[in-house]
Design a protein. Sequence first.
Length: 204
Amino acid sequence: QTFNTSNVTKLCPDAQCLFAFYGGETAYHKYLIALQFFNIFMFFWLANFVIALGQVTLAGAFASYYWAFKKPEDVPAFPLFSAFGRALRYHTGSLAFGSLILAIVQVIRVTLEYLDHRLKAAENKVAKFLLGCLKCCFWCLEKFIKFLNRNAYIMIAIYGTNFCSSARNAFFLLMRNIIRVAVLDKVTDFLFFLGKLLIVGSVG
């Protein structure tokens, strides 16, 4: 029988509310932690893919101007949109693969941060030291992969090669010109920043 708040005390004076539990027994509740990690992984993957798409688009726009034999005759009318179309049409797989590698490292870093938060009350100094070393190593690895991916995306935009070939060529090119990299990297960062401002200004 169904009761409401007006007649429950009259019809059933001994009725009382008891708290059972949070959640449930469905597959969703059983694998809730795994689903949360999956959501975090997909967020990182999609965010890195969008960033990679922007980097390839800007690199393609700059390359179309730099490698034009006759300027401005050989420069496309809309170099930014042309580079964006080429990136979506020909380089989606390379961008997804590069973003996947970076997303895996970022999920591992999140997992290490979660373990560090859970082990804060522990008195095991060896475990804390090892966890701190792992966090530092994966932080450096993430920075290196971001740097290598960005240069690989530039090679993809210029030569149209796949991600692995572009990453290998970019790595050896950086090693051969390690002195110039420190200066040119800052200039490239500034140009990418200007390109992002241009995109935001044109969309807004």
